[in-house]
Write a protein that binds this ligand. Structure first.
Ligand code: DGL
Length: 272
């Protein structure tokens, strides 16, 4: 019998998945979280499917040692490449970030033209197009990989003319397709949301899969009666693990989460 007060496992290639953890904390403040960021092996966005599946399996094996009750793959690239494979291998729910974002975009569009931006891996996999077309076959999806956004965000250039210039080049393709909805299909992109929104204009709805995924998790836990009932004494509510650069991670986590990241532990993920 699953312990409903067990934590939720959340993982990403690094810091980006904290945008998903942030939404889970906002929407379900009672839930405990064990977060793993694969900071030694990022980026995932330019790696092959075989590698991402191997990494994801190792991370899930690690999270299982923390007796998590559900796992959120808080990385678009890992969701694109590994969710279908790994969700069958465990008897706890495993969620990715793609379905929720795709679903919201299909509901939001008025003219049936949706843009998706993400890493080379996510866009190359065609997963958003596939999922959205299953929901509504007449939808027109234009994908655009934006590989420079991740390093720009990691350098802290959230409001900077360099980011503006690069974003306007990337987005010009999508503007020419008259999309009315844009999916921010990478963990880092919600952090430059204001730039993206300004460049796309008020008529384009931005969809943040991080937010939608937290709602999907909440609905799932409620439906299965797996929501946390108590704040257990003496147990760390939020635990952070990385494969490298723990202090840098702690600083970033504290800057974007609504709670203080007290400590980040470094582990050797290759042991799992
Ligand atoms: N977390 C990745 C994603 O959402 C972006 C960073 C990376 O490439 O590792 O696709």
């Amino acid at each position: 019998m699953m312990d409903r007060n067990a934590p939720v496992g959340v993982f990403d290639s690094g810091i980006g998945g904290l945008t998903v953890a942030r939404e889970i904390i906002r929407q379900m403040p009672e839930e405990r979280i064990v977060y793993f960021g694969d900071t030694a092996r990022l980026p995932y966005g330019s790696k092959s499917q075989d590698t991402i599946v191997r990494y994801s399996r190792q991370i899930i094996r690690f999270l299982m040692t923390k007796e998590v009750k559900a796992i959120v793959i808080a990385c678009n690239t890992a969701s694109a490449y590994a969710l279908d494979v790994v969700e069958k291998e465990y008897d706890i729910p495993v969620l990715g970030v793609i379905n929720a974002g795709a679903h919201t975009a299909v509901q939001a569009t008025r003219n049936g033209k949706i843009g998706v931006i993400g890493t080379e891996g996510t866009i190359g996999s065609g997963i958003y197009t596939k999922v959205m077309k299953q929901m509504r076959p007449d939808i027109e999806v234009t994908g655009k990989s934006c590989p420079l956004f991740v390093p720009l965000v990691e350098e802290g250039l959230l409001h900077d003319s360099v980011t503006d210039e690069i974003a306007s080049r990337y987005l010009s393709t999508l503007k020419g397709r008259f999309i009315d909805t844009l999916v921010l299909g990478c963990t880092h992109y919600p952090l430059i949301r204001s730039t993206l929104g300004r460049l796309m204009g008020n008529d384009v709805t931005l969809v943040n899969p991080a937010y939608e995924t937290a709602i999907e998790l909440k609905t799932l836990l409620e439906k299965r009666q797996m929501t946390c009932l108590t704040d257990r004494e003496g147990q760390e509510k939020y635990q952070f693990y990385v494969s490298d650069l723990a202090e840098k991670f702690t600083a970033f986590a504290t800057s974007i989460l609504p709670v203080e990241a007290k400590e980040t532990r470094k582990i050797n993920i290759e042991e799992y």
